[in-house]
Design a protein around this ligand. Structure first.
Ligand code: NAP
Length: 355
């Protein structure tokens, strides 16, 4: 069993902690946070050992009647791998603590790429982890782009990718984010940070990205245009992408015409927290014009990095191949929604490996 601790039990950390508990080869040692708020109560209710991330304020837990298992140092010492899901910038500072205890660690996309030995998306570079001690699961948007572009690059070669990212203003729980009545180029410069971030996975890929922020909390929407090195048929692209377990095609007949119904569908399908771990591609948007491919995909920012964190744990401390790890993660979490639809052609091609 791989012993895993989660430092930072917020939007990402609580989802990763739950996902660890459903893995047959992992044990959740505990979770750490600084304050005794509702998330601390939920951690205790879930039976998770709770550690004080900030020992100076550990008394606050006792005052709130919440039992703490110990300081975060003990969690780190007792874990083979720490998933650090603290707010941006704190993970990098925590690396000293992880190194002190020779505990491998996974940072999140809010940290600089330089803080880790390797940026990570399972589909693209699980096999390259080697002796790395610190991985960085890239941001939700970069994860979604990498999952989409990897099979396209492998099959056709990518001459140039251009992506406009229409980004949610904040997560549903973030009361202080925005905009609330605007549409904001963010950043105004081109490229946004997403293209360079993707280059931490594919250094040679020619990609331009532009970012916009909108008053929504549900998901991001990507408008994708990829010029391939050889001319694809849209049908072949659908088949290629249809074999990818973490790409979900929203079928035309489903009547899902926006991100609201998409999240409603996830909740109706029984997904915990309404999470969508898969990139969600509008099937009829997949269009080929010569060597240009166009499509829309949506990314649930709170959820798509969760399976990647699980695979990153195995890449650091397990003995499974990429295919074995991704299949196990997908099966235990329940990744893949197409079985909900009766006429999904892609069922015929799943789960054969493509490349
Ligand atoms: N949310 C997203 O859409 C998203 C998507 C992909 C990647 N990410 C990345 O994931 C990371 C975490 O983001 P998030 O959205 O999960 O943040 P979050 O919701 O704010 O959660 C972070 C948690 O860490 C706790 N924390 C604060 N300081 C800490 C410390 N020093 N030690 C331990 N815990 C501490 C906070 O709780 P207390 O203050 O109560 O301790 C908070 O609940 C960031 O790098 C972010 O860029 C976020």
């Amino acid at each position: 069993m791989i012993r895993v601790g989660v430092n930072g039990y917020g939007t990402i950390g609580k989802r990763v902690a739950d996902a660890i508990c459903s893995q047959p080869d992992m044990k959740l040692v505990g979770v750490a946070k600084t304050r005794p708020n509702y998330e601390a109560e939920i951690a205790i209710r879930n039976g998770y050992d709770l550690y004080a991330a900030d020992p100076e304020h550990a008394d606050a837990f006792a005052e709130a009647g919440i039992d703490v298992a110990g300081p975060v140092d003990e969690l780190v010492a007792d874990s083979d791998v720490i998933v650090d899901a603290t707010p941006s910038g704190i993970g990098e500072r925590n690396c000293e603590l992880y190194e002190k205890h020779s505990t491998k660690a996974i940072l999140q996309g809010g940290e600089d790429a330089d803080a880790a030995d390797q940026s990570f998306v399972a589909r693209a570079n699980y096999d390259k982890v080697g002796d790395a001690d610190i991985l960085r699961v890239v941001s939700c948007n970069t994860t979604g782009l990498t999952r989409l572009l990897t099979p396209l690059e492998n099959r056709y070669g990518i001459e140039k990718a251009r992506v406009t990212l229409i980004r949610r203003g904040g997560d549903p729980g973030e009361i202080d984010r925005g905009p609330i009545n605007d549409i904001v180029p963010d950043p105004t410069e081109i490229p946004s940070h997403h293209g360079p971030d993707l280059n931490t996975i594919f250094p040679e890929m020619d990609i331009d990205t532009a970012g916009v922020k909108v008053p929504a909390t549900l998901m991001h929407l990507h408008s994708v245009n990829v010029t391939l090195e050889s001319e694809p048929r849209a049908r072949d692209v659908r088949e290629l992408l249809g074999r990818e377990s973490r790409l979900f095609f929203i079928p035309e007949q489903a009547g899902i015409e926006g991100l609201g119904p998409l999240k409603e569908f996830a909740r109706d399908a029984g997904r915990q927290r309404g999470d969508l771990w898969e990139n969600c591609l509008w099937e009829e948007s997949i269009t080929a014009e010569g060597r240009d491919l166009y499509l829309f995909q949506s990314i649930h920012q709170e959820a798509d990095v969760v399976p990647e964190n699980i695979d990153a744990i195995r890449a650091l401390a397990g003995d499974r191949t990429r295919e074995q790890s991704m299949q196990l993660t997908d099966r235990t979490l329940g990744v893949g929604l197409e079985s909900m639809f009766t006429d999904q052609k892609r069922r015929a091609v799943r789960p054969a490996a493509d490349d």
